[in-house]
Design a protein around this ligand. Sequence first.
Ligand code: PEP
Ligand code: MG
Length: 320
Amino acid sequence: ERASQEAERGQPAITLDGASIEVAANVNRPDQVAFALAQGGEGVGLMRTEFLFLESGDTPSEDEQAAIYLAMAEALDGRSLIVRALDIGGDKQVPHLDLPVEENPFLGVRGARLLLRRPDLLDPQLRALYRAAQQGGALSIMFPMITSLEELVELRARCEAIRAELDAPHVPIGIMIEVPAAAVQAHVLAEHADFFSIGTNDLTQYVLAMDRQNPELAAQAQSLHPAVLRMIAMTIEGAKAHGRWVGVCGGIAGDPFGAALLAGLGVRELSMTPRDIPAVKARIRQSRIEDLQALAREALAARDVAAVRALDKGGIGQDR
Ligand code: PEP
Ligand code: MG
């Protein structure tokens, strides 16, 4: 089975009945792109830029950031690149920024909330992104931890001001759906976002009220919980109302059964750690979208995680 996955990883993830799913990689650095492409990645669905801040132990300048975003785009040679604006806070603490200590960092000033309070971080990053786009980098910008429409509207306005100032091209602007409020209000947010990418790691943590890092809860903090799946279905429904596409870049996208289920729910793009790509592609390629849709309906009606998992018959026409 492994050998056939290896041989097929260069093939597109198209189901037996012709439904096409984009399979992308979660990659943070230009030097990781070659491996992602060799695994069969069709683009980068999530570049986590906070790693530029974490790894260097310093705040990268606008010039340094522009060079990195352009290098990513160039390594991808026209394939899609979604760059996520800084997602700092929660599990991603950056010591050199000296941010105030919070009692509940996961419920605090993280992601978009921090970006809106810190133009000294947001503006250079946006300028660097638009400069890279101006030099030919085909990229999209994505904002993390959006909770309310006003955050999205304000961040979009910031993007547009900077784009206009630089006379740079327009780029798609999307958001992460990883807070339950955003999933519930997806139909509202979709009017102002070009695409959604569901962050199932955080969405699961916030829907189930379980710290994603607490080993004691790891067995229960499952993205396959029917409550999480219903949030995903709601997100897709809201996006469809405005013709937006939905991807998933959380861990469940890299699990072959999770990926099959997500495709059945209507997810169009799956972004994952590169080594997970061959098995996910193989699973999609041996499925029928009609079967995956039936699987998704059964999963949404399931009473618990165990009942969802019991629907996994292991592929080859078995996904129902
Ligand atoms: C997520 O929350 O699912 C996600 C992809 O983002 P991160 O893991 O970086 O929080
Ligand atoms: Mg997240």
